[in-house]
Design a protein around this ligand. Structure first.
Ligand code: NAP
Length: 266
């Protein structure tokens, strides 16, 4: 299947690591030109070099999306590098192991800023030029905990907000050629999830062997019908298809990629 992504220009936030890294690599493999982003420049340059070594085209943009000023700088950099953005993947986000009674109001606000308002900042800056193009793809990274909350309450709530703003934006952008969708991964093995699993493993007395901890998690909170944890490629393949012209009739949707972890019918 030709995904018709050759020559498309993609900006994936938080793509110097984990799921975002998988997404930029998959898009670049399909012929899109990509911007690799994060706060850590060294990691972003590593991803750019790996893409270039495989014959892809990639550039770096560095900045903290938690502030208006740095976000504007990032977007200016992206637009001056690519000329325009056809595909925006709002992937950057953070999560911490803390439950309801161990979270403070300022932590809730800080996480909402990183996981929700950062998407709003980027979207407000990039939608006008997508309207001019008359075509665009916006994909917002949510999570399976948006619809099936865990005790990690502040994170689950931010991810529910991501779903809600996806649908309102799809309506706002009706008949513009721009589609807006959310992707909700289950447990995907990334550096951040590994760190959380190690924390859980040591609290549970499961030792420090990450393979053994994964097996324990699969018997417990991460149990799902596929019997395994997800990979960044599992998410990247879905996002790559959603980014393509072939996905033009998928709009305002929440697509789960969680091995069947969420137990509701949608
Ligand atoms: P990760 O490896 O830690 O990647 C997070 C990315 O976001 C990094 O590139 C990080 O770059 C960037 N980032 C974080 N805060 C930022 C900020 N303030 N400004 C700019 N960039 C920032 O985590 P991941 O597991 O791949 O998660 C990626 C996304 O998927 C998140 O939205 C997460 O909520 C979602 N998700 C993950 C899972 C999972 O199981 N892994 C499941 C469901 C949803 P720097 O550190 O260099 O800034």
């Amino acid at each position: 299947m030709d995904l018709q992504l050759k020559g498309k220009r993609a900006f994936v936030t938080g793509s110097n690591s984990g799921i975002g890294e998988g997404i930029v690599k998959a898009l670049a493999q399909e012929g899109a030109t990509v911007v690799v982003h994060g706060r850590n420049e060294k990691e972003a340059s590593r991803v750019v070099q790996e893409i270039a070594a495989n014959g892809g085209k990639a550039f770096v943009a560095i900045g903290d999306l938690a502030t208006d000023i740095e976000t504007e700088e990032v977007v200016n950099r992206v637009l001056s590098t690519l000329g325009a953005v056809d595909i925006l993947v709002n992937n950057a986000g953070a999560y911490f192991l803390r439950d309801w009674m161990n979270s403070t109001p300022s932590q809730w606000m800080e996480l909402y800023n990183i996981n929700v308002v950062s998407m709003v900042r980027i979207t407000l800056l990039l939608v006008p030029q997508m309207r001019e193009l008359g075509w665009g793809r916006i994909i917002n990274m949510s999570s399976s905990v948006a619809t099936q909350p865990t005790p990690i309450a502040d994170y689950s709530a931010t991810k529910a907000a991501n779903l809600n703003l996806t649908v309102s934006l799809a309506k706002e952008l009706a008949r513009t050629g721009i589609t807006v969708n959310a992707v909700s991964p289950g447990a995907i093995v990334t550096p951040s999830l590994n760190a959380i699993m190690l924390q859980i493993g040591s609290a549970q007395g499961w030792g420090t062997d990450s393979e053994q901890i994964k097996q324990q998690m699969l018997k417990g909170v991460m149990s799902n019908p596929t019997g395994r944890l997800g990979t960044v490629e599992d998410v990247a393949h879905l996002v790559t298809f959603l980014s393509s012209p072939l996905a033009g009739y998928i709009n305002g949707a929440n697509l789960r990629v969680d091995g069947g972890w969420v137990t509701t019918i949608n």
